[in-house]
Unconditional design. Structure first.
Lengths: 295, 310
């Protein structure tokens, strides 16, 4: 067994991989938050709960309908995305004329309702979700054994993040979206249906969160609290990265996951707080965030 | 007097009478809980109601105040008034750091930073040996006030809590109705304008934040002495959410709103405690209802009906 900085190589790489996986979830969630914030000017506190609902949707599909992982990967984001669409249409859209703080309070309330309901019906202990057979087992990479599913999560998260970035930066739809973020009334004056664009954007952000939830289901146990544990860290990620840039949120997400993974190796007690410490340092050095524009 | 309008003075009188009379009717321990949360919410309201700052991490100061009071009362044998004061001072010291960091960003970022920092403090409390981890600090003695009045009888403890609450309430009210408070309101209404008038708005925000965290620490310390226990619940983000809920339901930016909100929310939690997670669901529903239909809160709506600022 070889050693790096006095740490066994496999342990280091194992934690790095776990860090990358957490980073993948941070990236997917902060990406959705950033897109929603850009257009709706709302910090979607319910994002964590919707991530949790995505995982639960996969579990429910398997448990009650016998629908496996692969269809769930598509179905769950569609179902939860539709739920997000409904949320936006019925409640969130009433807030656009108010102070942005009300959006945070409302979505916080929504997340309490969602998590409370799930805890009532499923308890807080958590349900296991099997890794799909095609991805079970591990591959020998020479320097470590990599569980196939974990490798898959990292790869697919990178692909989805990159695809989202492509859509926003390189397509006509994305151009409209960016224009509406800059100046919605002007875009509306050009004949774009901005309210519909807003609704669809919210639904897309929610679908991303649900997709992350399905990916997370076989790694963490599916339980009602999985979202709120994540979302506060994701807020710190968003503060660190700044919400001005899509690529910025993706990079920050992965980077912080890796930092967290490394801390688990070198200073395990600090792993829960390290991202917040990074946030403090960034606030001191670059108050606008790594990729943010100064206000 | 003291910046109270006549209607507010009348309402204050009613409140004081209720504080004095209610232990004859209601369980004093429940009332002490209400008073602690009311004070906590008054502190929070100073920020959201009068400066427009949404601190989503106020549990950190409340919880830290509660830990410090419990620890010093138990391990150093400090008398309760000193333990509570020390809780407030430590909450304040923490407030200086958190406030100074969070004020570097505005609006929603401010809320996210305070939430993230309070979560960091929560994790530190989980790990730190002095908090007792999952067990918390238990069997804290109520001790003797000024060294000779035993607070073990509930009524003695109740009067101390009531006096701490009233003092904190008047303190917050005094801040809001001072020239300093006028500047805070100017910042809430239009910060760039306040800057252009030559006010260093960040200094004002920080001072308001620190004052608020001091009172929050006092509230947490009092709660620890009353119940003889300090736990992780007091520093958890759900406690931050609870104080937001209390203030929102009672009425943001009203003097009496946080008190009414604390009473209603505590009563609701008492009645619903047997139904487990339904408490959380109900809290969520109240949040949604308040934001969508009822933004002035209970006291704000009553004030609007009577055309009075309460």
């Amino acid at each position: 067994m070889f050693m790096i900085f006095g740490i066994p190589g496999p342990l280091l790489f194992g934690q790095l991989l776990l860090g990358l996986i957490n980073g993948a979830f941070y990236a997917l969630l902060s990406l959705g938050l950033a897109v929603i914030f850009g257009l709706l000017n709302i910090i979607n506190f319910a994002h964590g709960s919707l991530f949790m609902m995505g995982a639960f949707a996969a579990w429910i599909l398997l448990e009650y309908l016998g629908i496996g992982y692969w269809p769930a990967l598509i179905l769950s984001p569609l179902i939860i995305g539709a739920f997000g669409l409904l949320l936006e249409k019925t409640v969130i859209s009433r807030l656009y004329k108010l102070d942005h703080l009300y959006g945070l309070l409302l979505t916080f309330g929504l997340s309490l309702i969602i998590e409370g309901l799930f805890r009532n019906y499923y308890g807080s202990s958590g349900m296991p979700y099997q890794i799909p057979p095609a991805l079970s087992g591990a591959t020998d990479l020479g320097f470590m054994f990599m569980p196939n599913y974990r490798g898959w999560v990292v790869v697919v998260a990178v692909v989805v993040c990159f695809a989202t970035w492509l859509v926003i930066e390189k397509t006509r739809l994305g151009a409209t979206l960016r224009a509406a973020t800059e100046n919605a009334p002007m875009v509306q004056a050009f004949g774009v249906n901005v309210p519909r664009l807003v609704t669809l954007t919210y639904a897309a952000g929610v679908a991303l969160a649900a997709f992350a939830g399905v990916l997370a289901a076989p790694i963490y146990s599916v339980n009602p609290n999985m979202g709120s544990n994540f979302i506060i860290v994701v807020f710190a990620v968003v503060v660190i990265g700044g919400m001005g840039s899509i690529l910025g949120s993706i990079l920050t997400g992965f980077m912080l996951g890796v930092v967290e993974g490394l801390t688990k190796v070198f200073y395990p007690q600090g792993s829960a707080t390290v991202i917040f410490v990074v946030m403090v340092i960034v606030l001191l050095m670059r108050p606008a965030g790594l990729f943010g524009k100064a206000a | 007097m003291w910046g109270f309008s006549r209607a507010q003075a009348a309402a204050l009188l009613v409140m004081v009478v209720l504080v004095v009379v209610s232990p004859a009717v209601l369980y004093p321990v429940f009332l002490m809980k209400v008073l602690c949360f009311a004070l906590f919410a008054c502190a929070f309201n100073l920020l959201i109601g009068y400066v427009g700052l949404l601190s989503f991490g106020h549990a950190a100061f409340f919880g830290m105040g509660s830990y410090i009071s419990a620890w010093t009362a138990k391990n150093w044998g400090l008398s309760p008034e000193l333990a509570i004061l020390l809780g407030g001072l430590v909450g304040m010291a923490l407030g200086v750091i958190v406030g100074w960091l969070a004020i570097k960003r505005q609006g929603l970022y401010f809320a996210m930073i305070t939430l993230a920092l309070s979560q960091m403090i929560y994790f530190i409390c989980v790990e730190a040996p002095f908090t007792g981890g999952e067990d918390g600090i238990q069997q804290v003695p109520r001790g003797r006030l000024f060294g000779f009045i035993s607070l073990n009888p509930d009524m003695a403890m109740y009067w101390v809590t009531a006096i701490v609450f009233l003092a904190g309430f008047l303190f917050i009210h005094r801040i809001v109705h001072s020239p300093f408070g006028q500047v805070l309101k100017a910042i809430r209404e239009n910060e760039p304008r306040a800057v252009s008038l030559g006010y260093r708005t960040n200094d004002y925000k920080l001072i308001a934040f620190v004052l608020s965290t001091f009172v929050a620490g006092i509230a947490g310390g009092t709660k620890a002495i009353v119940f003889g226990i300090a736990t992780l619940t007091d520093v958890h983000w759900s406690m931050s959410g609870e104080v937001v809920l209390i203030t929102l339901l009672g009425g943001l930016g009203t003097i009496f709103g946080p008190v009414v909100g604390a009473l209603v929310v505590s009563a609701m939690e008492n009645y619903l405690a047997q139904f487990g997670a339904w408490v959380t669901v109900t809290q969520g529903v109240i949040f949604v209802a308040c934001v969508l239909a009822f933004r002035r809160g209970i006291v704000g709506e009553i004030g609007a009906k009577l055309r009075l600022a309460l």
